[in-house]
Design a binder for this molecule. Structure first.
Ligand SMILES: Cc1cc2nc3c(=O)[nH]c(=O)nc-3n(C[C@H](O)[C@H](O)[C@H](O)COP(=O)(O)OP(=O)(O)OC[C@H]3O[C@@H](n4cnc5c(N)ncnc54)[C@H](O)[C@@H]3O)c2cc1C
Length: 369
């Protein structure tokens, strides 16, 4: 058996570790933080993952996650329309769900190095040398599941970093009056804000904004009052909600640039392979599905049944077949919604032609797997 190291323990890394464990393969998962912890994420998971989660007993039934079946879209001025969500989804916080998967992985004897950051990976003579801030070791396969932006991208000199990204993501948990079955996407100048419910009667309020909004008003709070609150629906939500964090979770430079599913012989999964615009509401499902596809190709390599080149080319093909056109469509939609004028036109069009909304959702999502 070859040795496997997984860098990053979000959904992609945790699912990869669990899948390998199911095949009797031992992996070391290195995660910069320690569970449980919050992340910037809208926390709406598309139902396309449910058959897979059920097959592995990974659906978080015991947390009673709200079933989400309707979608509300609002213009910058607060006009809104509610439409059915064909496939729908469920809401659960990453704080809870990642920790749930971590405990499952532990029970399958996955080895974790927590509070540990991988600082470099070098491929020489058919194997990798992995260095962390504590230690170093040799490994035969590295899975890169280190998310949308990591020190590893710089260390590996990944080309998407050459273009700066103008988007900032912000997340809160709140208590508010929000229907359980509804996910809302409220537009504001230079961005959009989602709200949907999660476990424990809480809601996730999460938005993506252009960095120019933050620079202009200097603080997140001032920007929210001057920019987000121009949408009256958002103003009401902000004024009538109880905010449960001392301060918001914030990430900078959220990039939707094309990446590569295999880079320097590292097999990438989740956002490290490519990130879809959050308004598509599909990044978590893609992280789970890409980890599953990746491990399917990695298992015969680890068992010595196929060569590295064959594993890499099979994974590259599978990943491109499944995700590259979805990501392209997500990028085009993000371009429309990132600017005030095009966003006004796009939202009005979608609201006046409901089948268009259904078609966009269908074309940015996969089929249940
Ligand atoms: C504003 C916003 C809203 C979103 N809303 C939704 C939504 O509602 N629904 C949806 O499906 N998707 C949503 N997404 C997308 C979704 O959050 C991601 O697609 C998903 O989290 C990807 O999972 P991942 O496992 O690839 O990465 P992550 O969950 O980001 O995990 C990566 C992990 O790697 C670790 N790491 C990084 N570098 C290192 C290193 N060098 N060493 C060790 N560990 C490292 C990090 O600490 C992290 O834990 C949203 C994204 C944004 C930005």
């Amino acid at each position: 058996m070859k040795r496997v190291t997984i860098i990053g323990g979000g959904l992609a890394g945790l699912i990869a570790a669990i899948e390998l464990a199911h095949a009797g393969i031992h992996a070391i998962l290195v995660e910069r933080k320690a569970y449980p912890f919050h992340r910037v994420c809208g926390e709406y998971i598309s139902n396309e993952v449910v058959p897979y989660l059920n097959s592995r007993n990974l659906f978080p039934e015991s947390y009673n996650p709200p079933a989400i079946k309707e979608f509300q879209l609002s213009t910058i001025d607060g006009d809104s329309k509610i439409m059915p969500l064909d496939l729908g989804g469920f809401g659960i916080s990453r704080y809870t769900y990642d920790n749930f998967l971590y405990e499952r992985a532990l029970s399958h004897n996955v080895e974790f190095c927590l509070n540990t950051e991988v600082t470099s990976v070098d491929f020489e003579q058919g194997a990798f040398r992995v260095k962390t801030d504590h230690d170093e070791w040799k490994t035969d396969l590295v899975i890169g599941s280190f998310g949308k932006r990591s020190r590893m991208d710089r260390v590996m000199n990944r080309s998407f970093l050459r273009r700066r990204s103008p988007y900032v993501g912000v997340k809160y948990h709140v208590r508010t009056e929000h229907p359980n079955e509804l996910i809302a996407l409220h537009n504001f100048p230079g961005g959009y804000c989602g709200i949907s419910n999660i476990e424990g009667g809480k809601s996730t309020l999460c938005y993506l904004t252009h960095v120019s909004n933050v620079k202009r008003y200097r603080s997140i709070g001032e920007m929210e009052k001057n920019v987000l609150w121009r949408n009256p629906l958002l103003k009401t939500i902000f004024n009538e909600s109880e905010f449960l964090f001392d301060k918001p979770e914030v990430i900078n430079e959220v990039s939707f640039e094309t990446k590569s599913p295999v880079d320097g012989h590292v097999l990438m999964a989740g956002d490290a392979a490519g990130m879809i615009a959050p308004l598509c509401g599909n990044g978590m499902a893609m992280a789970i599905q890409s980890a599953r596809i990746l491990t399917r190709e990695a298992i015969p390599f680890v068992r010595g049944e196929i060569r590295r080149e064959e594993m890499e080319s099979r994974y590259r093909k599978q990943w491109n077949d499944e995700f590259s056109s979805r990501l392209w469509r997500g990028r085009q939609i993000q371009k429309l919604f990132g600017r005030e004028l095009t966003s006004r036109i796009a939202v009005s069009l979608v609201m006046s032609i409901p089948p268009l909304a259904r078609s966009i959702i269908r074309n940015t999502h996969g089929r249940p797997f």
